[in-house]
Design a binder for this molecule. Structure first.
Ligand code: AMP
Length: 309
């Protein structure tokens, strides 16, 4: 079992009602890899600039993540994203996106990265996602994206979606992509584009899973310590796909898919407790297990017959 991810490796400037950071480690591939590393062997593919610090690379290697395919581009600058969140943390605003080293990047996958069992095409330019899909022999591929690419690179994004088994997207982005206001219909429209599994991420309200055989929804974890939602979606994807890789993503059953939704939600819930990668980088596997138990008690109830009919 092994999982390769391509996506942004970034410096983020983030402001939330609970504080701000001017420059911290972030990026879709980074948040994803940290969360997935609790379940499987992860390899990261992508470029960084000469400004990328050794201490930031160490955040990944300390969790056992394989970083040999992270390429330092001479004279280049690391991807930069700046954003802020409203009082309602579900509402995010992008203030600046600088692709920097991603503008010209041509991925070179090592033999090990190309032959991973599972591939995650994290949020980044759709053309790059397609190049990596073409270079990989993974039996199972999943993709995440965002409104920027739906608006500026729609054709390439739809082509990329057609080449994967699973799409993970925010509910608003699913509606935007398909022009359907009903979420179940939007998920069906995506399945008609190619993927047989669609996951709608719904911020603090949880997530929903759609396949031809099943629809499944989970709530968010109702935690009180929320500092910064940046990376929650990627942490969800990391828990979800990391677990699927650990059980063998090529022959999944419905129970495994439902359990993966819980692992995704649990990893996202840790991510939001502190800024950037600060919480997940020091997380212990025993904390993951105990939050899965919390999740079970949050959603469990004892059925009983109605007193009247
Ligand atoms: P999310 O999980 O959706 O909160 O993703 C947050 C991460 O996505 C941040 O750490 C950013 O560095 C990264 N990001 C934001 N915009 C883009 C973009 N256009 N392309 C790639 N990565 C991005």
């Amino acid at each position: 079992m092994s999982l390769t991810v391509v996506g942004s490796i970034a410096y983020d400037a983030v402001k939330t009602p609970f504080g701000e950071r001017e420059r911290m480690l972030g990026g879709s591939a980074v948040h994803f890899a940290l969360a997935a590393s609790f379940f499987t062997q992860v390899r990261v593919v992508g470029p960084v600039g000469e400004d990328f610090g050794a201490e930031d690379l160490a955040v990944l290697t300390e969790r056992g993540i394989e970083t040999g395919d992270i390429e330092t581009i001479e004279g280049g600058k690391t991807f930069f994203w700046q954003g802020h969140y409203e009082h309602d943390l579900n509402v995010a605003h992008t203030d600046d996106t600088q692709l920097n080293v991603f503008a010209e990047f041509e991925p070179k996958l090592s033999e090990a990265s190309a032959s991973s069992d599972v591939l995650f095409l994290g949020n980044i330019v759709p053309d790059l996602q397609r190049n990596v899909r073409a270079a990989s022999s993974a039996g199972f591929a999943a993709l995440d994206s965002m409104n920027l690419w739906i608006e500026t690179a729609r054709d390439s994004l739809v082509a990329a979606i057609g080449e994967v088994d699973c799409l993970l997207l925010n509910d608003a982005e699913l509606r935007q992509l398909t022009d359907e206001s009903n979420l179940a219909k939007a998920a069906r429209a995506v399945r008609e584009m190619g993927p047989r599994i669609v996951v709608a991420k719904r911020g603090e309200y949880g997530a929903a899973l759609f396949t031809d055989d099943d629809a499944f929804a989970i709530p968010g974890l109702l935690i009180e310590e929320v500092a910064d939602p940046t990376g929650a979606g990627d942490s969800f994807a990391g828990g979800f796909l990391g677990y699927l890789d650990s059980v063998g993503a090529e022959s999944l059953n419905g129970d495994e898919l439902r359990r993966a939704m819980v692992f995704g939600s649990v990893m996202a819930s840790f991510n939001v407790e502190d800024f950037g990668t600060e919480r997940v980088r020091s997380l212990e596997p025993s904390e993951v297990e105990s939050r899965v138990a919390d999740f079970k008690s949050l959603t469990h109830f004892n059925d009983a017959p109605l007193a009247t009919s």
